[in-house]
Design a protein around this ligand. Structure first.
Ligand code: ADP
Ligand code: MG
Length: 165
């Protein structure tokens, strides 16, 4: 089964449309194989968008991607890479086809709601890269935090220690 990496960007998490975006994937045959809301560090964002390092918008892109939380997901399904790109729409929301995520939820080319791997090759790299490692680490960390800070009334609810993938 094909996998691809999706990121719900800070503009969309701020707007409160995480659920609506995930619904687009799930309603169109893509399963959420892994998901985590994280704050990317400048280092994470720079590394992730390294391919664009020489572009004039690179610094703004890194600033934007670290301006708030993002949701990093591994999507899974038949033709997941291409299907995700179709659901996302064109990079510039003004050029994105009606009904696509970017047409419906994005304002501008720099704040365009979602990232999606652009090829099978990049999907393999991205879905297996450090971000996914971070997902695992962070989820372990959160379980610890949740158990340490749970109140008396919640203390009988056992925090799940499940890995995200
Ligand atoms: P996509 O996200 O559709 O794969 P690219 O890989 O070309 O697009 O670019 C990565 C991200 O960089 C875009 O999603 C967008 O946020 C930003 N970006 C691309 N082109 C521009 C531009 N001309 N001006 C500002 N930001 C841009
Ligand atoms: Mg791209």
């Amino acid at each position: 089964m094909e996998q691809t990496l999706s990121i719900i960007k800070p503009d969309a998490t701020k707007k409160g449309v995480i659920g609506k975006i995930i619904d687009r994937f799930e309603s169109n045959g893509l399963r959420i194989a892994a998901a985590k809301k994280v704050q990317l560090s400048v280092e994470d964002a720079k590394k992730f968008y390294e391919v664009h390092a020489s572009r004039p918008f690179y610094n703004d892109l890194v600033d934007f991607m670290t301006s708030g939380p993002v949701v990093v997901m591994v999507l899974e399904g038949e033709n997941a890479v291409l299907k995700n790109r179709e659901l996302m729409g064109a990079t510039n929301p003004k050029e994105a086809a009606p009904g696509t995520i970017r047409a419906d939820f994005a304002e501008s080319i720099d704040a365009n709601a979602v990232h999606g791997s652009d090829s099978l090759e990049n999907a393999k790299i991205e879905a297996e890269n450090k971000l996914k490692e971070d997902l695992k680490k962070e989820s372990d960390q959160e379980s610890v935090t949740a158990s340490a800070s749970s109140s008396a009334s919640e203390s009988d609810i056992k925090p799940e220690n499940e890995k995200v993938s």
